[in-house]
Write a new protein. Structure first.
Length: 510
């Protein structure tokens, strides 16, 4: 056969690349319950859709070429639910998927194609950091920082990172730049490994304490979702992308409305306590309003006094920012501010309308918050909200006090404003206000009651509606229908559902 030897060479080279770091390393991963880099791709994407880029790339160092199939990072293009994506899957069996001259060229290429052609970028992280000795000495310095916009994010397309093992170096950097970050338990994310860090600080440190899932989901807020397995991480990546457009110049995809979606709103009065001092889980309210089973919460473990969720109303993607009295009575702290701001950036960047569900007693004040720059975080939130160009709808459920009234879309900070009859719109809780004005230890109970009554006056939904500061007062059970109709009115018809993206270069962490 013509070209027989040439084609045999091609087949042999392909076989070597597909063997990755060798049968022994692959078997070890399987025994530990982890997918390898290529199995992760096969699980994530539509069958048969992978178009690999750089399959035959190797290390640029001659002595390392035989040991670096695909140079430790499997890259290319594929489809998820019929939509094209770009992806990189780190192969830890090849030199710990360490970053090198060649494999970073692969990342650069698929990233540039994604940004230019409107493809979401999926990064399956697991890496040991920079490859040595490649990065050592003057020669090592001369091969880094050759791309001045490597760390620029203008949010042309959504980025998803899944952290599924030790993640140092590029896996950490790209996760910190992503719109959605998933972390499998047992993984770590840090600037450098626990071993390197221990040497630097001359103190033993556990990898979990350095950069485990509790650190990043509960404390730093860099991780949006925690899962138990590789498969769950990949499922979450698929689900997140289903809510978003492929790029920022298109509206989100529309989905069929599941049967029975209108029934949930009838249960709202069973979820909302009649006493305004009793707590409830606002995520149950959201579930009752949205298309059946469509709520997808982001950063559930971080800034828990507020819930941020993607969901669908009448088949269309929306973003919910909702006070959650289950935690701190719904009072907003520094973490909640950061969480809301990043969520608004996500929604505005990808043309997702925002719905505020409000039951907020105010901001949590105190020394700790001030030490963490609370006032700056509050104003970051307001600055970001003033730049949002997608529709914003506000529903006051119960309390909406003080500055938090403004931050949660009060006044002219939304396009449509409705109250439930249970709304309470004072500057602060009347009892607290009376204590401030009269003094906690004052003996004049009659005077205290007089002040309390004065503060409580005109704080109802009716007062706001009479002034046309709220457009309407609605039965809570009618909220789903109201939101669907309000969003139909405020749809971005003049730009085919696309906003102005004034937040597109907002920092991914700050």
């Amino acid at each position: 056969m013509a070209f027989e030897q040439t084609l045999k060479t091609l087949a042999e080279r392909r076989e070597k690349v597909l063997a990755m770091g060798g049968a022994q390393k692959i078997a070890k991963r399987k025994a530990e319950g982890y997918l390898n880099a290529r199995e992760r791709i096969d699980y994530l994407i539509d069958p048969g859709s992978f178009c690999e880029s750089g399959m035959f790339a190797t290390s640029h160092r001659p002595e390392m070429r035989a040991r670096t199939p695909a140079d430790g990072k499997v890259a290319g293009f594929a489809r998820i639910d019929g939509r094209d994506i770009a992806l990189v899957s780190n192969d830890f069996t090849v030199l710990g998927a360490s970053s090198s001259v060649i494999n970073m060229k692969k990342i650069k290429h698929v990233k540039q194609v994604a940004n230019k052609r409107g493809l979401p970028l999926v990064l399956l992280g697991e890496s040991s950091g920079a490859r040595m000795p490649d990065r050592m000495g003057a020669a090592g310095r001369s091969i880094v920082a050759q791309d001045p916009v490597e760390y620029q994010r203008l949010r042309e397309t959504p980025w998803v990172s899944a952290l599924m093992g030790p993640c140092y170096g590029s896996s950490t950097w790209y996760a910190a730049m992503s719109d959605f970050v998933i972390m499998r338990k047992g993984s770590t994310m840090a600037i450098a490994s626990a071993r390197v860090t221990s040497m630097a600080i001359n103190k033993p440190i556990d990898p979990e304490e350095l950069g485990g899932w509790r650190i990043h989901a509960d404390k730093s807020g860099l991780v949006d979702l925690v899962v138990d397995t590789d498969q769950q991480a990949l499922d979450a990546a698929r689900r997140f992308l289903a809510y978003l457009p492929s790029h920022n110049m298109a509206p989100p995809p529309q989905c069929p409305v599941p049967e029975g979606s209108d029934e949930g709103s009838k249960r709202i009065l069973d979820i909302l306590p009649q006493s305004r001092t009793k707590v409830y889980d606002v995520r149950k309210i959201i579930d009752a309003l949205v298309d059946l089973g469509s709520q997808f919460e982001i950063k559930a473990r971080f800034g828990r006094s507020i819930a941020t969720s993607l969901a669908r109303l009448d088949g269309r993607t929306v973003g919910f920012i909702a006070s959650n009295p289950m935690y701190k009575g719904g009072a907003l702290d520094v973490d909640a501010c950061s969480k809301v701001t990043s969520f608004m950036v996500l929604c505005d960047s990808f043309n997702i309308p925002i719905i505020f569900m409000v039951d907020v007693p105010g901001f949590l004040i105190g020394v700790e918050g001030e030490l963490r720059g609370a006032s700056g975080k509050v104003i970051n939130w307001m600055n970001a909200m003033s730049l949002v160009t997608v529709p914003k709808i506000t529903i006051i459920m119960r309390k909406s006090y003080g500055q938090a009234y403004i931050n949660m879309g009060g006044g002219r900070n939304c396009d449509e404003f409705a109250c439930w009859p249970t709304a309470d719109l004072g500057f602060m809780d009347p009892a607290v206000g009376a204590n401030v004005l009269v003094g906690e230890k004052a003996d004049d109970s009659a005077r205290r009651q007089e002040v309390l009554d004065a503060i409580a006056q005109d704080t109802s939904a009716w007062g706001l509606a009479e002034l046309y500061e709220a457009q309407t007062v609605i039965d809570p059970r009618d909220t789903r229908a109201y939101l669907i109709r309000a969003l139909e009115v405020h749809r971005l018809r003049m730009s085919n559902g696309v906003g102005q993206h004034l937040l597109r270069n907002w920092p991914t962490s700050y």
